[in-house]
Ligand binder design. Structure first.
Ligand SMILES: NC(=O)c1ccc[n+]([C@@H]2O[C@H](COP(=O)([O-])OP(=O)(O)OC[C@H]3O[C@@H](n4cnc5c(N)ncnc54)[C@H](OP(=O)(O)O)[C@@H]3O)[C@@H](O)[C@H]2O)c1
Length: 241
């Protein structure tokens, strides 16, 4: 088995996920570029390889059991283990999302990708992660999922939402539960908020670059042994739940 660190980033064909893949690749890691559309994945992999990253495409739709199983098989055949999983894939879900008018189908779709997708991918990848000497799991969350922040009068917490923001609250809760269950292993599981970045997700209205947003995920992917687990971070430090 190679000494080179092996990572998988879901939804890495564009936006913050692409920049996380670039950041991990710059460390000399082998990076699986998760993409639900194989063509978009190949295009991103080609760009990363042109920039010197040892990237490989992993066709992966986080809502599809068969796709996830095939991704596990691909990484197993190529590397025999997984050191770092970055659960980055996510959707905003479209409008309206105000609780009084939201279509339940919108909530269901957002939770299926942003929460259940993370559980599906994480559990499928766990056997490969358990073969690593220093496994790390990073879940891309958002400060809009912080109930503490949402409860602060006048806080900048994004649009009122019964789908996207609560999906990140749910993801935070799931992150804590994983950290508890895996607390007696060397697997560190944390949530990251990239800040408000200009990507497709928000019509490029964000004020940070995707590369700036990627930095916190790269930091949590490279935590030393004994580092924090079951916590929520942005660039400035720990965030409240
Ligand atoms: N941008 C922000 O300001 C911001 C702030 C806080 C948190 N976040 C979080 O950061 C993460 C990345 O978001 P982003 O802003 O970079 O958004 P983005 O540019 O829209 O990228 C989202 C990525 O997820 C992929 N994806 C969506 N559904 C998928 C599925 N079912 N299976 C596999 N991949 C799927 C997309 O693939 P396609 O290209 O095929 O659609 C794309 O690669 C998300 O979890 C988001 O919630 C973003």
């Amino acid at each position: 088995m190679s000494e080179q660190t092996v990572a998988l980033v879901t939804g890495a064909n564009k936006g913050i996920g692409y920049e996380i893949a670039a950041g991990l690749g710059a460390l000399g890691w082998s990076v699986g570029v998760g993409a639900r559309d194989a063509g978009r994945g190949e295009a991103a992999t080609a760009r990363l390889r042109a920039a010197g990253v040892e990237a490989f495409t992993v066709p992966l739709d986080v809502t599809d059991d068969g796709s996830v199983t095939a991704a596990v098989e691909l990484i197993d055949a190529r590397a025999g283990r997984l050191d770092v999983l970055v659960n980055n894939a996510g959707i905003a879900g479209g409008l309206p999302q105000e609780p009084t008018v939201v279509d339940p189908a919108t909530i269901r779709a957002v939770v299926e990708t942003n929460v259940i997708g993370v559980v599906r991918v994480t559990n499928a990848m766990l056997p490969l992660l358990r073969r690593s000497a220093a496994p790390r799991i990073v879940n891309l969350s958002s400060a809009v999922g912080s109930l503490t922040r949402q409860s602060e009068p006048g806080a900048m917490t994004g649009p009122i939402s019964a789908a996207y923001a609560p999906s990140k609250t749910f993801l935070n809760a799931v992150t804590v539960q994983y950290a508890k269950e895996l607390g007696d292993t060397d697997i560190l599981v944390n949530a990251a908020c990239p800040g408000y970045c200009a990507t497709d997700l928000n019509g490029f209205r964000g004020v940070r670059t995707p590369a700036q947003g990627a930095a916190v995920a790269v930091r949590l992917a490279t935590l030393p042994d004994g580092g924090p687990s079951g916590a929520f971070f942005d660039d400035d430090g720990e965030l409240p739940w």
